[in-house]
Design a protein around this ligand. Structure first.
Ligand SMILES: [Zn+2]
Length: 252
């Protein structure tokens, strides 16, 4: 990752409170940093070690190009992950150091997990360096990563994890066309940046997912009765895009 602490603070400096600290350029092969915070309500579900294992595998099955850390517990005004990003509440907390404790924002992805059900839409949001997602209860029901295949049928926990990865992807500059899909018998395999979009209504797809071909070259098809089969790891192409990302533009 090309992002440095300096670029993070530069990008949040627009809010007028963050100081710019010293910069150390990271090498192109440097690990992606993912720091995960929880709301107080989300923290009541005990699933941190399992979640960390899944996020590590999703970014890098070999495990040496991602660092996943616990950020701490955050006192937010609601459990609406999407609203906490769109209103600026979560980005501002990061920028103003209001997250508390010894932790501070990391350079790449600062993800807040809330307790809101994944049945309530929208489920999350991601802007450069910052993301939030609901589903703490579902995430706590994930099996340990060593007992969980990389590609699985639909379940609440698997869907919550895929949406979490989707928002992390947005925080790293990926968009929906960076996703991958492939029909497999009566199922349609979808990567995190595609996720549930093929099964959405036409109105939602036209607005959010008007893509015929992925940037990896795969064809984006309609489910036509196929059931979702969820990749719980980023596709090769998504991983390449993640490691190419050098973005430092201002998210707000
Ligand atoms: Zn998206």
């Amino acid at each position: 990752m090309g992002l440095t602490r300096r670029s993070f603070f530069l990008s949040v400096a627009a809010l007028g409170s963050a100081s710019v600290s010293g910069a150390t350029l990271s090498s192109p092969d440097a690990a992606v940093n993912v720091k995960i915070w929880f709301t107080e309500e989300a923290m009541e579900y005990d699933g941190w070690e399992t979640l960390r294992g899944h996020v590590e595998r999703a970014f890098d099955p070999a495990g040496d190009r991602v660092i996943v850390e616990h950020g701490g517990v955050v006192d937010t005004s609601s459990e609406d992950a999407y609203g906490l990003v769109q209103s600026g509440e979560w980005p501002k907390m990061l920028a103003q150091g209001a997250v508390g404790g010894p932790t501070e924002p990391c350079d790449d992805v600062n993800l807040l997990v809330t307790a809101r059900s994944m049945n309530e839409f929208p489920t999350g949001a991601g802007i450069p360096h910052v993301a939030a997602v609901g589903g703490a209860k579902a995430l706590a029901d994930l099996p340990p990563v060593e007992k969980c295949p990389e590609v699985v049928g639909w379940s609440n926990p698997a869907y919550a994890l895929q949406v979490l990865l989707h928002e992390c992807g947005h925080a790293l500059g990926l968009d929906h066309r960076d996703g991958f899909m492939e029909p497999a018998g009566d199922e349609l395999v979808v990567s995190p940046m595609v996720s549930g979009y093929p099964w959405e209504t036409e109105a939602v797809r036209e607005q959010q997912f008007d893509v015929e071909r992925g940037s990896c070259g795969c064809e984006f098809v309609r489910p036509e009765g196929r059931a979702p089969r969820l990749m719980l790891v980023f596709s090769d192409c998504e991983r390449e895009r993640i490691h190419e990302y050098e973005g430092s533009y201002r998210p707000w």
